[in-house]
Design a protein around this ligand. Structure first.
Ligand code: PLP
Length: 513
């Protein structure tokens, strides 16, 4: 009972604890019985163990279930999972857009799905050709000289890009003196973490009153000790960094490199080429911009594109053209490649999905996707801006719109209360409390795949809730979510003292952590 306070008390409204077809599901260990089994196992015959007396003498404490019990358990759990296939998922900075089924079909083609990374390259020519084609379009869309496909997430791409920058600094013999990376204070947490992980010191650059990074602020922090800047564009406030070209020039003039966090490429793909903005390295989240189911733990793919100056330092494996074919170069010997960041070649299935997405959209379609993503975010902004407050004033945003909690000031309610109430309305909440530079941030990214009708319903639900908050209907928020399988967890406690181990006869409530 140690964690009984982790869950707010919920009135038991039904005998079973179920709510209509929303069925309460305990852990397998709590429902299984050691003496039951769904399979017939022969009793072991007479044999002499050869474990020198170390053999286990007690039966293993595994839950036994019949096949229908096991099936129901997992199906019920799967129905508790909210997903983009179930409804609008406005999680800012995550680009939760529809994943076309065509991509899935292509990724399951046996020639892609059933190959093994240790197969001789001569037997997987089609797969290498597909990787080369994807690489070509990523370089074309970004106007960059090289791409390392292998990183397996956005953060991993950041790491690969920053390692290429570090290798370039080492090649210049400046590793002892250039050991600082500039990171704006609005950056995604992965940026400073990446820089620190490979031994750089992080120097913060403040954003201006308008939520943008200005060249003067960057110049103030630049010096001969600076190796690179890591800037996100569009930034995490959903705004395009307008002075990015001037910032790039200042960074280059100081002998440093320009790393761009390209996780928000969905807003500009087909409209702006990062290479034209003076960027030296940028990761692209294939799972965001080019659609792959994500959010439940991957797989992700974060290819990193590199400028001409950084191209020689790209990690292995990289593709080399051999006449009509491509060969994957596996070893760094004889090149300036900094090494490798993954075993094998990266996420093949995601390469297929990303290329299928590009082919099915075409150049005009990719551009329109970016335009529609921006249009949809601005539609949401226009529909809500007369009720909810925006930290940098009411002006056009990119693919996501940022609100703060100033408008809740006299209600006694917080961003968290508002987000929890949204769950009762059947929506996954927006990103909350990020970016950190904005107090009580609510970051909404509807993406281009929502229809006008679905946006209208969402903004009506938001307006209804907002008006209730302003009218003082506190009870609606204080115990929200009222209709979810779990209400409010003590999140701090869950994070500080997570219960990661099942203990026998633990109360069912513990399972929620
Ligand atoms: C999503 C995201 C990342 C990290 O990408 P992962 O694939 O989750 O590692 C980095 N920066 C920004 C701005 C992002 O939105």
């Amino acid at each position: 009972m140690a964690h009984e306070h982790a869950i707010a008390p919920q009135p038991r409204q039904t005998f079973t604890g179920n709510r209509a077809l929303d069925i309460e599901e305990p852990l397998l260990f709590d429902i299984g019985r050691a003496d039951t089994t769904g399979v017939d196992i022969d009793a072991p015959g007479d044999f002499a163990p050869r474990l020198g007396g170390l053999e286990q003498t007690r039966a293993p404490d595994l839950p036994g279930l019949s096949e229908p019990e096991a099936v129901r358990h997992y199906v019920r759990l799967s129905r508790m999972n909210y997903s983009i296939d179930a409804g609008l998922f406005p999680l800012g900075s995550c680009t939760m857009k529809h994943n076309p089924r065509l991509n899935e079909k292509m990724a399951r083609l046996l020639g892609f799905a059933d190959i093994h990374p240790l197969q001789p390259q001569s037997t997987v020519r089609g797969a290498t050709a597909l990787m080369a084609e994807l690489a070509h379009w990523l370089m074309t869309l970004t106007n960059m000289s090289a791409v390392a496909l292998s990183p397996k997430a956005g953060a991993h791409g950041e790491l690969a890009g920053m390692m290429a920058i570090k290798a370039a600094i080492v090649a210049r013999g400046e590793q002892a003196t250039r050991n600082v990376v500039l990171v704006p204070d609005s950056a995604h947490g992965t940026n400073p973490a990446t820089a620190a992980l490979i031994g750089f010191r992080v120097r913060s650059v403040p954003a201006g009153e308008d939520g943008l990074v200005h060249p003067a602020a960057v110049r103030e922090k630049l010096g001969p000790d600076v190796a690179a800047i890591m800037l996100t564009n569009p930034n995490t406030c959903g705004l395009f960094e307008r002075e990015v070209v001037e910032i790039a020039a200042a960074v280059h003039e100081a002998g440093a490199y320009f790393y761009c966090d390209g996780a928000n490429f969905n807003a500009i793909a087909g409209k702006v080429r990062p290479g034209d903005l003076g960027i030296d390295a940028m990761h692209i989240n294939l799972h965001k911009t080019f659609s792959t189911p994500h959010g439940g733990g991957g797989p992700g793919a974060g290819p990193v594109v590199l400028s001409e100056r950084l191209a020689p330092f790209a990690p292995v494996p990289f593709l080399r053209r051999d006449g009509e074919d491509f060969t994957l170069v596996e070893h760094a010997t004889g090149s300036q490649a900094f090494g490798r960041v993954t075993a094998f070649h990266g996420q093949m299935g995601m390469y297929v999905r990303a290329l299928a997405y590009m082919y099915s959209h075409g150049a005009d379609g990719l551009k329109q996707a970016a335009e529609d993503a921006v249009l949809n975010a601005n539609y949401v902004r226009a529909c809500l801006s007369n009720i909810m407050s925006q930290p940098f004033g009411d002006r056009p945003c990119m693919h996501e719109v940022l609100f703060d909690e100033t408008w809740l000031k006299n209600t006694g309610l917080t961003t968290l209360d508002f987000a929890k109430a949204l769950i009762d309305e059947g929506y996954h909440p927006m990103t909350v409390y990020f970016p950190l530079v904005v107090k009580g941030a609510m970051l909404i990214e509807p993406t281009e795949s929502e229809s006008r009708a679905s946006l209208d319903l969402f903004v009506m639900a938001m307006r209804d809730l907002a008006l209730r908050a302003l009218r003082g209907e506190k009870e609606r928020f204080e115990h929200a979510p009222r209709f979810a399988p779990r209400a409010r967890l003590d999140e701090t406690r869950a994070a500080r003292s997570p219960v990661l181990k099942w203990r026998k006869r633990a109360p069912v409530a513990d399972a929620a952590e």
